[in-house]
Design a protein around this ligand. Structure first.
Ligand code: FE2
Length: 195
């Protein structure tokens, strides 16, 4: 895919000691992360959400948003982009953007912004840090997902066990990442269902 094996090994040797491996049957090696929510044939599409004020087009193509020395809890988020019939979609575009550990967005550059495409099995993988809180919002990651020749889904992903989930009117449980703690980093899983 996009990141070179060399870069992956260097990062893997640091923060992400092993990394999780999303199997094509939907299971995740090294972490019991079931899909959230599980896709059933004819299922609802992933909920759209507001884009918010901080989207910037033309982000760099990369799966690694984590940078050496970056503050915050490292997270590896993996999952599928699926059709409504739960078929994995290869070559789907995902464009992620998020706040840093202090709750700030980079509006002059592209720190913690990046796009990527699902692999031949419909999988994506994002390495980043858990975003910080900023006034009025619970913890969240923004994303746009677009299947080949399909419409753009704009939405946001949320974290379990956050006190502020209850007071953020945008929060939806259906958009919550499933997480598992690893040695020094957090494994996350979310599957998108797009039309
Ligand atoms: Fe935001």
């Amino acid at each position: 895919m996009i990141d070179t094996p060399t870069r992956r090994i260097i990062l893997g040797a640091g923060v992400f000691a092993a990394g999780s491996l999303l199997m094509t049957d939907g299971s995740v090696a090294q972490g019991p992360l079931a899909p959230t929510p599980a896709c059933h044939d004819g299922d609802e599409l992933t909920l759209p959400q507001t884009e918010g004020p901080y989207f910037k087009p033309s982000s760099p193509e990369r799966t690694e948003l984590f940078e050496e020395g970056m503050a915050g809890q490292p997270i590896e988020l993996v999952g599928f982009v699926l059709s409504r019939a739960c078929k994995p979609l290869a070559g789907a575009l995902l464009d992620f953007w998020q706040a840093d550990d202090k709750g700030g967005y980079d509006n002059s550059g592209f720190r913690l912004r990046g796009h990527q495409f699902t692999d031949a099995e419909g999988r994506y993988r994002l390495r980043s840090v858990v975003p910080g809180l900023y006034p009025g919002r619970t913890r969240h990651i923004h994303v746009k997902v677009q299947p080949r020749d399909g419409r753009v889904l704009t939405t946001q992903l949320y974290f379990p066990g956050e006190a502020k989930n209850r007071s953020d009117s945008l929060y939806r449980k259906d958009l919550q990442i499933r997480t598992a703690k690893n040695a020094g980093w957090l494994a996350g899983r979310f599957d998108f269902v797009v039309g």
